[in-house]
Every structure is written in C-alpha cells, then in structure tokens.
Write a protein that binds this ligand. Sequence first.
Ligand code: DHE
Length: 559
Amino acid sequence: MTTRTLTRLALALMATFAAGAHAQQGAPEMTQAEVEVGKKIYFERCAGCHGVLRKGATGKNLEPHWSKKDKDGNVTEGGTLKLGTARLEKIIALGTEGGMVNYDDILTKEEINIMARYIQRTPDVPPEFSLKDMQASWKLLVPVDQRPTKQMNKVNLKNIFAITLRDAGKLALVDGDTKQIWKILDTGYAVHISRLSASGRYIYTVGRDGLVTLIDMWFEDPKTVATVKLGADARSVDTSKFKGFEDKYLIGGTYWPPQYSIMDGETLEPKKIVSTRGNTVDGEYHPEPRVASIVASMTKPEWVVNVKETGQIMLVDYSDIKNLKTTTIESAKFLHDGGWDQSKRYFLVAANASHKIAAVDTKTGKLAALVDTKKIPHPGRGANFVHPTYGPVWATGHLGDAAITLISTPSEKKADAKYKQYNWKVVQELKTAGAGNLFVKTHPKSTHLWADMPMNPERENAESVYVYDLKDLNKAPVKLNVAQDSGLPQTKALRRATHPEYNQAGDEVWISLWGGKTDQSAIVVYDDKTLKLKKVITDPAIVTPTGKFNVFNTQHDVY
Ligand code: DHE
C-alpha cells in the first residue's frame, strides 16, 4: 500500500471510530495519538476474529471486563483488565495454542505495547451505515449503455484468475492460458473474495473496508464500472444466479454494521439494507451478529446468508425485494465459510466455535444435519469427490486440528442408493501434518485433494501444501514445498502457501505464496497429474497474494 493510501485509510478510520471512544476505568493511560494507532491496528488485524465490539467469535472476548453464567448458574469473570498489559503483550507477540497467531514479526514492540493497552479500554463503537450512506458512496463510473455489447478482447475469460493482492489493495487478473498478468486493478483494502456474475462477464470484489467493485471483462481492457461502500467492514458478496435473475442483483454482507445489502447487479445501485441483529441460537441478544459466507442458489431465487454470532442461517428470497421473504434456520455458532455439496442442493457451513458443520437443505428450507468435526473446521468452500468406499463426500480441513474430515452427502442418483446409510456421517478422517489448514480443493476431473496449512506455526508446514490420492486415501500425502519451488529467496516473514485453485480444465493447481508486505510474492502453478512444478508467476506487483478465483470454477461452483 502507498503512504497516500495508508493515510487515507487512517483518516477514514479515525472518522469511522470517532464515536464512543473513552477509557475504561482502571485502563492504562494512552495519548490520543496512541489511541488512533490502536484503532487502526485493531480494525486491520483484530476486528475480523474478535469483533468490533470485542465480544469474540473466532477469537476470544476482548472486553475490559466480562462475566458469564454456565447452565448450573456458576459465574466466571474475566477480561483484558484482569489480564493486564504484560500478559496481553505476551499473548499478542507470541500467539496462543488456541489459534491466535503471533504478531512479533508483524507489529513492532511499541505497537504491541499500544495494542495491549488499547484493548483494556472500552471498545470504540463505529457509526451505523444506512441506505442513504450507501447511496452517497455509490459511484457509477460507466453506465450500462456505455459498456460493450459483446466481448471486445480475445482473452479466454473462462480461464481468468482473479487474484487478491491483499495488502496492496488491488486485484490481479491473470490469464490462465498464457499465465500473463492481464490487468491489475485498484480495489478496496484487502479484498476478501471475488465472485462472478451468472453470465461470467462481471467480477465483484469486496474489501475488508466494505468497498465493492464491479469489474467488466468485456472491455478491450477490463474496467471497474461501479463501486459502492457496504459499511466499515465486510467479507462477502454474491450475485443472483437463478434463471431469469442472472446479473440482476448483488448481495453484500457486512461485519460492521451487522447487516446485508441488496444492490443492482449491473450498476451496484443500493436497493435495500436488512439488519442481522437479534438473538443467538442460545437465546441471548447479540448486538453484532456479523454476516459471514453468502451463496446464491441456482435452484431457487434465494441467497443463503450465514449469520456468524447468532448461528442463524437465513434463506433470503430475492424474487420480490420490496416484500422480502426470509426463512431463518437455527444451526450452531459461529458460522463462517462453506460450500455446496456435489448435488448443489445442500450448503455446508462451518460453525467453528461448536466444531460442527451445519448442512442446509435449500430445497426444503430446513436444516439437514449438524455434523461434529474436529476443532475449528475451516473448509473455504470445501471439496467434493466420490470416495471409493462411501460414495459422494464433502471435505473440510481444520484450523485447530491435524485432520481433514470427509462427510457423506446425499445423492439422488440410483447407483448411489447404497451410500444412503452413510449420509451426514463422518466417514473418514485424513491425518495431516499439523493444524492450521485453511483451504482444501479438488476438481471433478482430478484424482487429487489439495490441502494447505498456512496457519501452522512451523515454517516448513506453512510454506508447503499436501496432496492426497483420492484413489487411495490411506496413503500418506505428497508434500510440496511451495516456497522452495518458487525459487524466490527466503525472507524473514513466513511465505504462507495458501488457497489451492484449479484452472478451468482441472489439470493445473495454482497456489498463492503469500509473503511479507514488502516482499515479492508469487503464484506457483503445479501440474495436477504429475505434481510437477509448471510455472512460477511472479512480478514486483505480486504482493501478498491470497485468494484466487478461476472465473469458470467460481461461476459454476466447481470444487
Ligand atoms: Fe477469510 C473466505 C472471514 C481471515 C482468505 N473469509 C471467507 C469468508 C468469510 C471470511 C466470512 C466466506 C466468504 C463467502 O464465501 O461469502 N477471514 C474471515 C475472517 O473473519 C478472518 C478470520 C479474519 C479477518 O480479519 O478477516 C479471515 N481470510 C482470512 C485471512 O487471513 C486470509 C487467509 C487472507 C486474506 O486475504 O485476508 C483469508 N477468506 C480468505 C479466502 C476466502 C475467504 C481466500 C475465500 C475462499 C473461497 O475459496 O471461496
């Protein structure tokens, strides 16, 4: 990120968090300048896991003081004030076994000290973001009637990869056929995901800062044709994919404020905002139930909206957005990421604090199953394949355990009737070299299952990926050291190998080698059949690459 962008971001954040800032009684002293540094770092590094109000989700509760009652009425108390500056500094610097990463190679000693004091203060409450605010932020850069009526370039759009350049606040479009960078576009800060329009023409990105960009690939050179802000903090978008609604709407989910927004799919014109505040599955009111994954159904005009802190899964019917109908399904906490099963009837989503996968039947609008897994399942979108013994399965890895869990999923094919007895059961657990997996991936044409381990504390594991043979899942996986294969010099910061993504043909796997903010990183491409290195895509502009989204596979939910 340039200094100008950083300054702009810092100013925006100061404005965002201006409301409600005050010191908790007993909290250590801080100068105003230190408070501002604390706010900025908290938003960029901590809010995603701990929540803006610090009530905790993926990460622990970080309020100055909390107390909770168990079912027998016993009260436990805790809080950052009780932990104190020295203990908090240690946790921030070294991380914890519970999954908190170490920040000693990301933040300076002074910043760690500021953060240890900052989180002993009362959380700053950012302002709400209304439909009017959204409308004011909306920029229609190229109206629909000034866009091409046919594809103006000769690029094979189906095999384009949209690649997040996280800390650069950019998106790289890389041609999957030639492996050349086609275009690098400005986006919001740390784009989290890219999704495709039903037509495959538009790419939608959403930044952590809530900025959505709409990119039209039909121009000679891809162009951003509209932008809009969803709020202060966001992670998810998807389009309307049901027949008759293709490219009509976009939905975006925010972490702050906790709500989802519906926009016009071709212009991003804001249409509606719906709050997700309400009661958790345990019956407690939650002021910050953030919107985690969202997916568009192809069998109904519906989106599956997963609300993290409440554990409620909403099926939002977009056929009449003025009279919105929503089915709310109770599942478990805290909902995070997920993907379709092979039939695309069931959506499976991680309830990571409950160590469960919740499966929703989008045909009946009911919960199909809650399946126990290992600690902190984190599937990405998961991986679907046919198990030699148990038939169709969906796989998830875990952040908190050394296992990949295979869950049997229903199939309406006659030949699969014999597998019905296994449906929604864990049929096998594959051993991994350690915890810290984020993404697993396969492809219908492949006989391999790829798993990364970027959050593993060992450099060797974090910089490698592991490949399982689907024909013999009892065989140990093949380890590929992506950092070494990249040929780039070793750096102080870990170069995390992450997010395996197939090309359209399903014969190559692309891995991001996610290095430090100031280091040149790379995309390392392997031949899926031979597991041999095929190409290293690197360039000074390739900085902190994380998620990669192949147009065809994302458009059609192939995984
Ligand atoms: Fe993600 C998906 C939230 C940290 C890379 N991440 C998702 C989704 C959510 C989410 C809700 C599902 C979106 C959907 O499908 O609609 N991620 C969060 C967090 O709250 C968390 C834990 C902390 C944060 O501050 O954001 C977090 N995520 C990360 C990272 O640190 C990663 C590894 C690097 C980065 O770019 O920030 C990261 N998340 C991703 C990727 C996906 C994702 C690549 C999409 C996976 C896919 O294949 O669809």
